[in-house]
Design a protein around this ligand. Sequence first.
Ligand code: SAH
Ligand code: SF4
Ligand code: F3S
Length: 480
Amino acid sequence: MSKDYNKYFIKPSIKDARKRINNDTQTIDFNEYFNIKGFGEGKTYALETFGCQGNEADSETISGILESLKFKKSDSLEHADLILLNTCAIRENAENRVFGELGRLKKYKRNNPDLILGVCGCMPQEEKVVEKIMKHVPQVDLVFGTHNIYKLPEYLETVILSKERVIEVYSEEGSIVENLPKIRENARKAWVNIMFGCDEFCTYCIVPYTRGKERSRDPKAIIDEVNELIAEGYQEVTLLGQNVNSYGRDFIDRSYSFANLLEDLSKLPIPRVRFTTSHPKDFDFKTVDVIAKGGNLMPYIHLPVQSGSNEVLKRMNRKYTRESYLELIHYIYESIPSVSITTDIIVAFPGETEAQFEETLDLVRQCHFEGAYTFIFSKREGTPAYHYEDLLTFEEKKSRLHKLNKVVNEGFYGGTKRFEGKIVDVLVDGVSKNNDKVLAGYTENNKLINFTGDQSLIGKIVKVKVTEAMTWFLRGELIE
Ligand code: SAH
Ligand code: SF4
Ligand code: F3S
């Protein structure tokens, strides 16, 4: 394959990605924009997804576009004609994993020179990554970012038919593209994007640079999508956004908030509505009140706190305090007594003292979190915290993570233990990972539960009595 890329060669710039221009977001219709051609006929693809639910949702769109072009999903990486890696840039180890995988995939390219190898998602939004790929992994034929997935057909046309390499990454987001085709991974549970991008600029985080300005989807487009999912038999939707609580803030012609959206969705005949991720700064009491009405709004809230120290929160640019976070948590517990709350925490943020770390441990105990994703701070080039002085040794950082995880695990166990003896509603997902005679599903509070039952129950919501609480999951007995 030729390595020219005359037609498509746009590299990203983290500096440009920081800009926020206050223009109104345009919406384009994929169907009008692109005339799908069947040049994938007879070819197969494999797609590997790294990172968050946003990327999982994007991968469903990528599969949708590929299958519209008549590509078929390959049964293995080895036999695929096209391999795409949809990547995550959130921490250094996430990026290392992708470079490791690219190294591993080189051999397939050696065996099959016609194999097309592509990298997309958040990593290509960083100029450093694109330069590294160009220099060290010349086997990659196609690089595009998070803002131009809808242009995949023309990129593939260029790579396959013109045999030219394509590198095209936009640093600034353009429009919202509606009516993109999707092949959803799950037949009962669906991701629904309600917004794109992030305007928070937490000082450690790369996402505002890789995903661009915050743009909310039209409520009607969201409600229409959920109605279509209902017609297809879906039982659960998870609304996606980096800060769902700021949904609608960018509308210039109307006032419509996340609470309004939840209220409207609560009227639709779908059994379960979930959402992620919430930001404590923007989670208003009105939204809590709407969730407290119950119905199809599930009693589960993921509310990342990041740190329990006001000084650290300030340096992270989180724009709330320990006190305001605790006030919100108390209001949630008071209003929704059955709720399960989980969180994200970063340890060893530059300058975090032992006393400030202890404040985080104390806050975790006070909040009764029923789970947490915990991370050691990872330096991301282009973010303000990249330049903050980082004095702790790796051993000290690991020791803080270890101490935190001990407290977090007590919370996990407390969160399953409280359900022992209770009857819970379970959406049956499939058979258990470890035993195909056992069914697995999730409760309303998002707890994994295993129980014996017939496979015909998959996709249904059933009542199960909890018989035993383990740290990470429940065991139960089907009661109807
Ligand atoms: N938008 C969401 C999630 C963002 S990424 C939110 O605001 O909560 C998921 C988690 O990764 C974050 O909550 C944070 O805990 C962690 N994270 C983000 N950047 C990080 C970094 N540079 N180092 C370590 N953890 C990080
Ligand atoms: Fe990153 Fe903060 Fe935006 Fe979450 S809210 S994506 S942590 S910048
Ligand atoms: Fe990773 Fe991008 Fe999501 S950096 S966490 S895949 S928004």
